[in-house]
Design a binder for this molecule. Structure first.
Ligand SMILES: Nc1ncnc2c1ncn2[C@@H]1O[C@H](COP(=O)(O)OP(=O)(O)OP(=O)(O)O)[C@@H](O)[C@H]1O
Ligand SMILES: [Mg+2]
Length: 227
């Protein structure tokens, strides 16, 4: 079954002086359980594509279907609501909130979810995630007390806490040494396998090819998939 279909997507950015056309007419189908890496030169549109798939940004025109439902006509609030439920996002620079503890950072998306869990339910879910990601005992620490690899694992926990169907990562290993990058990719792979989470990663890291099952190149506004 298709999780997301992009049909004839056009995306332009209107800057202060110039308008850039990133995609003119883009088609892409992502199936449930896909594990995809986007490659392409800097400025080719990988992050733009990820943000549209993750409902962070909207196309200029064209259709996006989510589990067969058109979502174009939804309001910004409805869009944000679906994003919170469906999508977990991981970034190169972690984007943790520095004056919150690790526990509080992971809890944030739960507080915005429509389905409200009790304190105990939140605590149980967060403790389990932190343990699975090798962060046991770090719940009361602050982000600046962790290594880069640990911070990225906190970001993974935060991305997973609402149990999303779709996990997106924009250069998740870009700020990590090779060992931490391998650890992060092993954890993402495990999440993909265990929960059949659909995973899409934008990256320059050639190692990530070894983990995914679809490799797609973004180039001059079009996509080319490796056989
Ligand atoms: N907010 C914005 N306003 C104007 N132009 C933008 C904006 N965001 C991206 N662009 C333009 O869109 C194009 C695609 O950018 P994007 O960030 O998607 O590339 P990328 O493939 O992720 O690059 P990188 O590998 O450097 O992260 C670039 O030409 C960029 O200048
Ligand atoms: Mg980018």
């Amino acid at each position: 079954m298709n999780l997301i279909e992009l049909n004839k997507i056009k995306k332009t950015y209107r800057g202060r002086n110039i308008e850039s056309v990133v995609f003119q007419s883009l088609n892409l189908t992502i199936k449930k359980g896909d594990f995809i890496a986007f490659y392409g030169r800097s400025g080719s549109g990988k992050s733009t594509l990820l943000n549209m798939i993750g409902l962070v940004d909207r196309p200029t025109s064209g259709n996006i279907n989510l589990e067969g439902n058109k979502i174009n006509a939804l309001s910004d609030d409805e869009y944000a609501f679906i994003r919170n439920k469906y999508v977990g996002f991981i970034f190169q620079d972690f984007k943790l909130i520095e004056d919150m503890t690790i526990y509080e950072n992971v809890e944030v998306p739960m507080l915005f979810a429509k389905e409200k869990l009790s304190n105990i339910e939140r605590k149980t879910r967060i403790s389990k995630l932190l343990k699975e990601l090798g962060l046991e005992g770090k719940d009361k620490a602050f982000p600046d007390e962790l290594s880069g690899g640990q911070k990225q694992r906190v970001a993974i926990a935060r991305a997973l806490v609402n149990q999303p169907k779709l996990l997106l990562a924009d250069e998740p290993t870009g700020n990590l040494d090779k060992t931490s990058a391998d650890d992060v990719m092993k954890m993402i792979t495990q999440i993909h396998k265990e929960n059949e989470t659909t995973v899409v990663i934008a990256t320059h890291d050639p190692q990530i090819k070894d983990y995914v099952n679809r490799v797609i190149y973004v180039d001059e506004g079009s996509l080319r998939e490796e056989e």
